[in-house]
Design a protein around this ligand. Structure first.
Ligand SMILES: Nc1ncnc2c1ncn2[C@@H]1O[C@H](COP(=O)(O)OP(=O)(O)O)[C@@H](O)[C@H]1O
Ligand SMILES: [Mg+2]
Length: 254
């Protein structure tokens, strides 16, 4: 069992409040979804959890189990088992996908790292995700389509076997077949390892494959409404505007 706890954090960039006393706790075995309009702070939240140092906490704390991780580098957070599948995965020229993953796994496993096992596992996962083997030997995300980049994030997830998984709009850029593969693979991983999962998405369609325990609506840097999966239907029917003025009567009126 483990827990990611985001406790009352406020983040400002250039004097603009992006996260406003935001709190969320995710236990292992729980899937949480955050939905919300563009520019509401969802990606910022994911990067702050991962320790992106262009965002500083004004106040509040982030805990992994009992450990306060406020001051940990991204690297150290990754070694604890926190993983972010980014909305816009970066291109890294000159480092191949295979080299990158080998380095990441080596860092995680230390003396237990075995090259043979790594190669075997990577080939299995490439096949599982129906990716092209040749992608392993290209620079990270270089010339990858949007969908290929997203699959590559899921490949990294499968290789690193994280305890806390944040997927920021993993569905954007995916065609229907790839969406199904990604959705199914995330769910398989979840069923095997019971990580904590935080999904950020705009669309119901991903939730056809990944079944959330909790759905949160985020606006202006904070959660304004939490519920179960049925909240998604209300959003699809009414849009987010509905929640701005009606945060009390939502369930009644749906
Ligand atoms: N590094 C940054 N510098 C300036 N503004 C930023 C930065 N990062 C995010 N923002 C602003 O913060 C707000 C929230 O952005 P973001 O977290 O990407 O929203 P979302 O993912 O919900 O669409 C936006 O107005 C965005 O322009
Ligand atoms: Mg975003």
């Amino acid at each position: 069992m483990h827990t990611l706890k985001v406790d009352n954090i406020t983040v400002e960039v250039e004097n603009k409040k992006i996260l406003d006393q935001f709190s969320l706790t995710i236990n292992s075995g729980e899937i949480h979804v955050i939905m919300g309009p563009n520019g509401t702070g969802k990606s910022t939240l994911s990067k702050v959890i991962m320790g992106d140092n262009s965002y500083k906490l004004q106040s509040g704390n982030i805990y992994f189990d009992d450990q306060n991780i406020n001051e940990l580098t991204t690297d150290a957070r990754a070694r604890l088992g926190i993983f972010l599948g980014m909305q816009m995965p970066l291109e890294i020229e000159g480092v191949t996908n295979a080299d990158f993953m080998r380095a990441a796994l080596h860092a995680k496993e230390g003396d237990n790292f075995k090259l043979y096992n790594f190669i075997k596992k990577m080939n299995q996962n490439i096949e599982l995700l129906k990716m092209d083997k040749e992608m392993l030997h290209r620079s990270i995300n270089k010339g990858f389509s949007g969908g290929e980049r997203k699959k590559n994030e899921i490949l990294q997830m499968y290789m690193l076997e994280p305890k806390v998984i944040i997927l920021d709009e993993i569905d954007s850029g995916l065609d229907v077949d790839s969406l199904k593969i990604v959705g199914d693979k995330v769910m398989n991983f979840y069923n095997q390892q019971k990580p904590s999962i935080l999904l950020i998405t705009h669309y119901q369609r991903l939730l056809d494959y990944i079944k959330p325990d909790y759905v949160h609506i985020m606006m202006n840097g904070k959660i304004i409404k939490s519920g179960d999966a049925s909240l998604v239907q209300i959003i699809e029917h009414n849009g987010y505007d509905f929640f701005k003025n009606n945060s009390e009567n939502i369930i009644k009126e749906s």
